[in-house]
Ligand binder design. Structure first.
Ligand code: ZN
Length: 425
C-alpha cells in the first residue's frame, strides 16, 4: 500500500474514533441528566420538555453513529475502492469534449453521493423528526425539494465546474490562484443572489405585515443605524416545526427573515431581542470576518490542490486509474476532510465567541432578560438539550451551551443608554 493511502486511512480512522467517542460521551451525559431540569432553568423549563429534549438529542446522536459508519464506507468505496474511477470510465465512454466529460464526471459522483444518502435522509425526516413531532414535510414536498436541489446543483455546480476545469486545463501551473479568485467571486455572487433568486424556489417570503411589530423592529434598526432591504416572514412551518431567524444577502440586498414558527411562539419584545442579536453579528463585523476567514482557508485549499494535482501518487494511491483534473477535484474534496477536521474545534470556538458578543450587543441595544426568555423558548420548541457534554460542545457547537449563554446574559444588566457602545463580553 502506498504511504499516502495508509496516511489517509489512519487519518480517517482517527476521525471516526474521535467522532464516535464524542457521540457516546454526548449520549451518556444527556441521558444521565435526563431526569432533572438544571437549577438555572428550574423555573422556566418543565421536566417533560427537558426529558423530550434529552430523548431527541440521544436519537439524533444514535442516527449520527450509523451515518458515520455508512459515510465512511461510501468514501472508502469511492476512493480506494475505485468508485471515482468507475464513474470516470462511464463518463469517458460518452464521447463528449474533454471539458464536459470532466464536468459530468464530478456531477455524476455528487449525484451518486446524494442518492446514497437518501435512505438516511428519509429516515431522519419521516421517522426521527416525525416521532418527535417536528416533521411537517410530505413525501411530495421532500421529493420536489430533492429535484429542485439537483437541478440547481447541476446548473450552478456545472457552471462553476466548467470554469474551474477550463482554468486548470489552460492557465498553467498557477491555475489554482485564478481558480480561487473565480471560486470567491462565485461564492459572493451566490450569497448576493440567494435571498432574491434561490431561496424563493424553496419557500414563500412575505413582507412582515404585523404593524406593531414592524414599528418595534424599525425603531431598533434606526437605533442601531442599520439598513435592510426588508423584513420577511418565511413559511418554515411547511417543512418543520423548528423555528429560527436569520440575516441573508450582501450589501443592499440584506434581508431579515423570521420563520413563521418563531413569530408564533415569541412575544414582540422577545422577537426584537432576537433581531438585536442578529444585528450584533452585522454591526460587530462577524460576517466579513467569516468571509475573510473562509477565503483564507480556501486559498490554502486551492494551493494544496494545485500541488497535489501534479503528483502522480495522489491519483494512484487513492484508487484513480488515470490522471485527470476531474479526478483531482473529486479526490481532493472527498479526502481532505479526513485531515481538516482537526480545525473544527477552533472554528467552533471562534463562532461561540461571536455569539457571546452578539448577545452582549442585544443586551445593550434591546433587552438581555427578554433575549434570555426568547432563547429558553427556542430551546424548548426545538428540543435542544440544556445539558450537552462539555467536551462534545467545545468540539462542535457553534453556539455556547445554554447555561453559559443565559448566565452571561444575566450578568449583562440593563442598557445604560440606547446609543451606548456594545459591551465586550
Ligand atoms: Zn448568533
Amino acid at each position: 500500500m502506498h504511504p499516502f493511502a495508509a496516511t489517509f486511512l489512519a487519518a480517517l480512522a482517527l476521525h471516526l474514533a474521535v467522532q464516535a467517542w464524542l457521540a457516546v460521551r454526548q449520549i451518556r451525559h444527556v441521558s444521565a441528566n435526563r431526569g432533572a431540569v438544571p437549577a438555572a432553568f428550574g423555573e422556566t423549563v418543565q421536566l417533560p420538555d427537558h426529558s423530550k429534549a434529552a430523548d431527541y438529542t440521544v436519537a439524533k446522536q444514535r442516527l449520527g453513529l450509523v451515518e458515520l459508519v455508512y459515510d465512511a464506507l461510501v468514501l472508502l468505496w469511492l476512493t480506494l475502492g475505485g468508485g471515482i474511477a468507475l464513474v470516470g470510465r462511464w463518463t469517458g465512454s460518452l464521447g463528449l469534449a474533454d471539458l464536459w466529460t470532466g464536468v459530468l464526471h464530478v456531477l455524476a459522483v455528487f449525484a451518486l453521493l446524494s442518492l446514497l444518502s437518501l435512505p438516511l435522509s428519509l429516515y431522519r425526516t419521516f421517522i426521527l423528526e416525525q416521532r418527535f413531532g417536528f416533521n411537517r414535510t410530505t413525501l411530495a414536498v421532500f421529493l420536489a425539494d430533492l429535484m429542485k436541489g439537483w437541478a440547481l446543483g447541476a446548473v450552478l455546480g456545472g457552471a462553476i465546474l466548467a470554469v474551474v476545469l477550463w482554468v486548470m486545463e489552460s492557465a498553467g501551473s498557477g491555475w489554482w490562484l485564478i481558480a480561487w479568485a473565480v471560486w470567491l467571486g462565485f461564492s459572493l455572487l451566490i450569497t448576493w443572489a440567494w435571498p432574491r433568486l434561490i431561496a424563493p424556489m424553496f419557500n414563500k417570503f412575505s413582507p412582515l405585515d404585523d404593524t406593531a411589530l414592524r414599528e418595534r423592529i424599525d425603531a431598533l434598526l434606526e437605533r442601531c443605524g442599520f439598513h435592510a432591504s426588508g423584513v420577511f416572514v418565511m413559511d418554515g412551518s411547511r417543512r418543520s416545526a423548528h423555528g429560527n431567524a436569520y440575516f441573508t444577502g450582501l450589501g443592499r440586498e440584506k434581508r431579515i427573515v423570521f420563520f413563521d414558527t418563531l413569530l408564533s411562539t415569541l412575544t414582540p419584545v422577545q422577537i426584537e431581542s432576537v433581531l438585536a442579536h442578529e444585528l450584533g453579528h452585522f454591526k460587530l463585523k462577524h460576517v466579513p470576518k467569516r468571509l475573510i476567514g473562509g477565503a483564507a482557508l480556501s486559498l490554502g485549499g486551492f494551493a494544496l490542490l494545485g500541488w497535489l494535482s501534479r503528483q502522480d501518487w495522489f491519483y494512484s494511491s487513492l484508487g484513480a486509474d488515470s490522471v485527470s483534473n476531474s479526478a483531482a477535484l473529486l479526490l481532493f474534496v472527498l479526502v481532505v476532510p479526513a485531515f481538516t477536521w482537526v480545525l473544527s474545534p477552533f472554528l467552533a470556538a471562534w463562532s461561540r465567541r461571536h455569539e457571546f458578543e452578539a448577545d452582549a450587543f442585544a443586551a445593550t441595544h434591546s433587552s438581555g432578560p427578554e433575549l434570555s426568555r426568547a432563547l429558553v423558548s427556542m430551546y424548548k420548541d426545538n428540543a435542544s438539550t440544556l445539558t450537552p457534554d462539555p467536551i462534545y460542545s467545545a468540539f462542535y457547537d457553534s453556539h455556547p451551551p445554554p447555561a453559559a449563554r443565559i448566565a452571561r446574559l444575566s450578568q449583562a444588566g440593563p442598557p445604560t443608554s440606547p446609543t451606548a457602545a456594545p459591551a465586550t463580553a
